[in-house]
Design a protein around this ligand. Sequence first.
Ligand SMILES: [Zn+2]
Length: 357
Amino acid sequence: MTDSEPESFRYEGEVPPGEKRHVRYEIGETYLGDPVEMPVTILNGEAGGPTVGLVAGIHGDELNGVKVLQEVAAEYGPGDLHGTLVCLHVVNVPGYLAQQRDIPIYDQDLNRSFPGRERANTAERMAHEVYRRFVSQCDLVVDFHTSTRNRTTMYHVRADTLNPDVERLAAAFGANVILAGAGDDGSLRGTATRDGIPTITVEMGKAHRFQRPLVEKALEGVESVLAAYDALPDGEVAQPRWQEVLGGNQEKRWLRADTGGLVQMEWGPTPLVHEGETICTISDHFSTEEHVVEAPFTGILVGILENPVAAPGHPLCHLARIDADTHAEIEREIETGEFDGYRLLGLRWMGDGEEAE
Ligand SMILES: [Zn+2]
């Protein structure tokens, strides 16, 4: 791809090679009939190469990726790039304005609406515009998300690693943990991947925040992807000390509450838990009953409930099995202070100094 001739990127306008444009692309209308416009940066390099899509804000309150794209769009110029970078800064504009996950009023999940349709509900119409104009022109896509509100998630990638092209992209991003699996029907990742556009999602931290250490990691990840696909000759490919692909239902599981009550997290101070260890307790208001939730296997906590109340069926934590070697490597890194996964990567230690705002 590196030797290909540079080409214009066409949407409804045109961005020729050697130019960077910030545009607002209409994806709908308000009740007042005013345009709903998505901020887009198109950076067309002076030299030819792949078209790389970066997507944020498909869920309107998931902000870490929005910050990543703001910085990526400012950092690189046409002279740096072989190929084209398409940054969709905020896709779900109505949700972003309301600071909520779904499209307001009808609570439609934009990330279950791809590839969209022209004559359908609001979400599908928006998805259709975004998909046909931008995503379908990309050679690969990275879609940034966070945990949904009231939860937080470890920094990790989700990817259909059975697809070798997707596996390559997931590895190139350089996160330690990759959760393997096909994307949901209607998700951008699932849809684009099935259409032959390798797509990964990056899950990072919590909603409603800019979490600087996670943003820094993701900026390194973007640089690594661009470098690995020869789109950024001066870029650095990430060399994670360990990278684990976790897949299958035996290997990762949401543990759910079986009783209603007050949740007390007991795990820590690291996200490693051994089989049989107490992860949390759920007690009633009179402290007469207490249910202990134990780790069903040895693993790493990749997602955690933060809202400390639960009803039966509520997710408490997302546990992924890891092998003994990885476990030992993480423990070693924790001891030497090298493992930033537990202080910085979005688990409850992220709350240090942050909850007091
Ligand atoms: Zn999301």
